[in-house]
Design a protein around this ligand. Structure first.
Ligand code: EPZ
Length: 422
């Protein structure tokens, strides 16, 4: 397993290009199952999760051409030859559940393994299943698989989510595009990735209104045609790299960044004493001198502070001049980066879903272990600021969501290298 070696204490200067959004691409790719004409995605990120989704779609009979060094994905689904998504792929990546709605909508039947939990929580899929049942699907859970069928096709209906779920909204939205009649999705997720999916589906001929708000209305159509769609900028990668100059000092321009994608996050960064300037090419982030100010953070569904930036923000706040309180309201176990940050000298008290961070003057480099995707990058951010060397192990977590992190940070002056593991 590879490790990343970081030698801290160097302010960063330069620019970083932000890639297409992993969490948009992972729902746009299954959308290709809805049509017998090709869907071409441009600005695709080159990540291991994308390769896993490619494997899954190919196992269902899709043809996936990876062009322009992986930046373009041309996905053809003339026919779905296999309607079963196997456990050995689904267990590697929860987003695999997103093939359920499209397969059901396209052919009226699907068998998908339950994804199982992951490090940050149990992450059930009950809301996905209830949404599809509201569209007339009959579901049977057997030996860890969901056996779904919709004899005569899906029918439009009202889906009223008791809690906001990004993935369940995406599954419901994709299924509704081919359901007979009108579907109303209430308490829908409002993330930019939902809007990006709706935009792509409309370009395929779907009739969707209200995406980006809490209520989405879909008029079902008989079929969808092919399209070409650019994957939206990755707001989580953007926020992550905005924290690099914030935590080390210096100034970095994030090419392709838009404040509108990370508005709540920017407010917290500015409260901590970071300067954010909108430029023609993106966002310029700087912190010249003086200690960071403490600030409190509560994760919420969009447009609130994103849970996927909580670990990274905690790394910054370990160096603030005072105490900050971080409340994680989305997942039940998303503070696994805290004990690793404490190995570097951070002072953090975790009580259930609340972490109280008492800022320290400096962090000390140490060997630490990545536990999940966003925790791994928070350790790298801490390593960039720490005195001495930090080795982050198990970086396969990192490669799921960050393209060439050591190149992007190294180009801004960071002393960072990947060490091939045994
Ligand atoms: C998406 O996961 C993202 N993943 C996650 O990013 C992100 O953290 C999450 O949304 C929240 O923004 C992708 O888009 C591939 P949810 P998703 O359904 O859809 C509970 C990353 O780091 N829930 O919005 O799985 C669930 O347990 C990843 O890139 C149910 O109870 O998240 C959680 O507590 C991590 N039943 C809450 O809802 C369900 O059927 C929100 O989950 C579904 C979810």
């Amino acid at each position: 397993m590879d490790s990343i070696l970081v030698t801290g204490g160097r302010p960063l200067h330069g620019e970083i290009s932000i890639s297409g959004a992993k969490n948009a691409c992972l729902t746009l790719m299954p959308a290709a199952l809805l049509s017998d004409e090709p869907l071409t995605l441009t600005n695709a990120p080159r990540l291991s999760d994308i390769r896993t989704m490619t494997q899954l779609l190919e196992s269902l009979g899709c043809e996936v051409a990876s062009l322009q060094d992986g930046r373009v994905l041309a996905i053809g689904t003339e026919a779905i030859s296999n309607h079963t998504a196997d456990y050995d792929i689904v267990r590697k990546m929860r987003a695999s559940i997103l093939v359920l709605g499209p397969m059901l909508a396209r052919d009226g039947h699907a068998v998908v393994s339950l994804p199982g939990g992951c490090a940050i929580g149990a992450r059930p899929v009950d809301l996905h299943l209830k949404a599809l049942e509201a569209l007339g699907a009959e579901l049977d859970l057997r030996e860890g698989y969901v056996h779904a069928k919709a004899t005569g096709g899906l029918k439009g209906g009202v889906i009223d989510f008791p809690l906001i779920s990004v993935g369940a909204t995406e599954n419901a939205l994709m299924a509704a595009t081919l359901a007979r009649g009108t579907t109303e999705i209430r308490n829908a997720a409002r993330e930019p990735e939902i809007v990006d999916l709706a935009t792509c589906l409309r370009s395929m001929g779907a009739q969707i209104d209200g995406d980006g708000t809490g209520t989405i209305t879909v008029q079902g159509v008989d079929r969808l045609h092919g399209a070409t769609h650019p994957v939206v900028t990755d707001r989580i990668e953007l926020g992550t790299y905005m924290l690099a100059p914030a935590i080390t000092g210096g100034e970095v321009e994030l090419i392709g960044g838009k404040r509108s994608l990370v508005a709540a996050f920017c407010e917290k960064l500015e409260a901590a004493g970071i300067d954010i300037e909108e430029t023609e090419r993106g966002l310029k982030v700087s912190r010249m001198n003086g200690r960071l100010k403490p600030t409190n953070v509560k994760t919420e569904p969009h447009p609130g502070f994103p849970t996927d930036l909580q670990a990274q923000m905690m790394a910054l706040l370990t160096l603030a001049d005072g105490t900050s309180v971080l409340e994680e309201t989305i997942f039940e176990n998303r503070f696994m980066h805290a004990p690793e940050l404490m190995r570097m000298g951070a002072q953090i008290d975790v009580q259930g879903g609340t972490a109280t961070v008492t800022g320290v003057e400096t962090l000390k480099g140490a060997p630490v272990m990545a536990t999940d995707l966003r925790a791994s990058v928070s350790l790298i951010l801490a390593g960039l600021a720490a005195e001495g060397e930090t080795t982050v192990s198990r970086v396969y977590h990192l490669d799921r969501g960050y393209e060439r992190v050591e190149e992007k940070l190294g180009a801004c002056g960071a002393k960072i290298a990947r060490v091939a593991g045994a």
